[in-house]
Each structure stands twice: as structure tokens, then as C-alpha cells.
Design a protein around this ligand. Structure first.
Ligand code: AMP
Length: 219
């Protein structure tokens, strides 16, 4: 199954996507993660992307589409994947439809995670990440030991540069203007599943699975 996770920054796409992918044996494809990796390695992509990411703006569509075209063809994605952070614009969604169609595939379901804007801002300001495995911790999912990753206790948790309040506001604006139109886009295609994003990580995961099981039964 190929699933897209849609929703504003901080709603829990990364956390839920990671869990879903590992439970089902699918690849987790997070474009934000791929870009952060490129930035930390100072690759040409990283150098190009960094300025925009730091400002909370989007990286150009053609760059992102090329990245996803390659990544979705890797062996670990053959049995299914979860997309976290892609598509983020209508041209990206169109390109995804076309590239999958060329391979006789399609996006089976789009899970829209929803919560209030205050909740998103609150969560982002409390979000901490492991620099080794990128696992996210926050109010709903604190680490066992304060400031340390459960799996890599040697590494001190860090905050993402783009989680600074000013950049968060900009990212939310960008979401509303450029990404939110995808809600109607996928609703019209009959693939949208609305998932409440408020509650504990376990609760939201339960809602997500229920929404996807419904999608699988309908396809
Ligand atoms: P995320 O981790 O999904 O919040 O992404 C962090 C940043 O990476 C975003 O604010 C964008 O600058 C960039 N980014 C991630 N995915 C995309 C995408 N599909 N299109 C454009 N920019 C992206």
C-alpha cells in the first residue's frame, strides 16, 4: 500500500509515519529528513535547500520531484511506502500521480492528520529530536531520560532550527497557501481519510490504522 500523510507541520506525521512504516514493513520516505541529511552532509542539494528551509519556505518542486522519483524506486519501497512531507504543492501531487501511473501504481490513501493551530505551535515549541536516529520527542511522547534519546542515550536531544517561533509562523502560512489545496485535490479523487491528530501517540495511531483499514477495504 502507498500512503501519503498530509497535515500541518507538527501534527505528528513523522511520528505516526515512522510507526506505520515499521509495523507494516513499508519504507518511510520523509522529504524533510532527506533534506536535513543533505544539509548536514553539505551536498549540492543541501546547499541549495538550506536557505529556504531556514526561512520556512519550500524547496523548488522540480528538485523535490526528482528526489521522490528516485527514492520511491529503491528496493525497500517495492512493497509499499509512507510519504511524510510530500507532496506539498499541487504540481508535486500531479507529478506523483503521473510517476506512479507510469509504473502501474497509485497512492492508495491520503491520511489527513488534523489538529488546531495552537496545538501545532505548542507541540513544535516542545519538539526535540535525536541527532542520530531523528526520532522526535515532545509533550505527548517524552524521552525516558530527560534530554536523551531512548535508543541513543549518548546523544543529547536537539531542537530543529526551523522550529523557532518566527519560522513556525512562516511554515504554517506556507502550509495554508501551498499545501492545504491538496486536501480538496485528494478528496475529489476519493482518497482522503480524515484522522483526528489530537490525543496520545497511541490513540492517534489507532485512528490512523482504522482510517487506512477502511481505505484498504474500499480499494
Ligand atoms: P518537514 O520536516 O517536513 O517539516 O520539512 C522541513 C522543510 O523541508 C520544509 O519547511 C521545507 O523547506 C522543506 N521540504 C520538505 N519537504 C518538502 C517538499 N515536499 N517540497 C518542498 N519543500 C520541502
Amino acid at each position: 500500500m502507498r500512503v501519503v500523510l498530509l497535515g500541518p507541520p507538527g501534527v505528528g506525521k513523522g511520528t505516526q509515519g515512522r510507526r506505520l512504516a515499521s509495523e507494516r514493513g513499508w519504507a518511510l520516505i520523509s522529504t524533510g529528513e532527506m533534506l536535513r541529511e543533505a544539509v548536514s552532509q553539505a551536498t549540492p542539494l543541501g546547499l541549495e535547500a538550506r536557505r529556504r528551509m531556514d526561512r520556512g519556505e519550500l524547496v523548488p518542486d522540480d528538485v523535490m520531484i526528482g528526489l521522490i522519483r528516485e527514492r520511491t524506486q529503491q528496493a525497500d519501497a517495492a512493497h509499499g511506502f509512507v510519504l511524510d512531507g510530500f507532496p506539498r504543492t499541487v504540481p508535486q501531487a500531479d507529478a506523483l500521480e503521473t510517476m506512479l501511473e507510469e509504473r502501474g501504481q497509485r497512492v492508495d490513501a491520503v491520511a489527513l492528520l488534523q489538529t488546531s493551530e495552537e496545538e501545532v505551535v505548542r507541540r513544535l515549541s516542545e519538539r526535540w529530536e535525536c541527532p542520530v536516529c531523528q526520532k522526535a520527542y515532545g509533550l505527548e511522547a517524552p524521552p525516558r531520560v530527560r534530554g536523551r534519546c531512548d535508543e541513543h542515550p549518548i546523544a543529547a536531544l536537539i531542537q530543529r532550527a526551523d522550529d523557532a517561533p518566527e519560522t513556525v509562523r512562516r511554515r504554517l502560512e506556507v502550509y495554508r497557501r501551498q499545501t492545504e489545496p491538496l486536501v480538496e485535490y485528494y478528496r475529489k479523487l476519493g482518497r482522503l481519510r480524515e484522522v483526528p491528530g489530537t490525543g496520545s501517540v497511541d490513540e492517534v495511531f489507532g485512528f490512523l490504522k482504522r482510517a487506512l483499514n477502511g481505505a484498504a477495504a474500499r480499494t
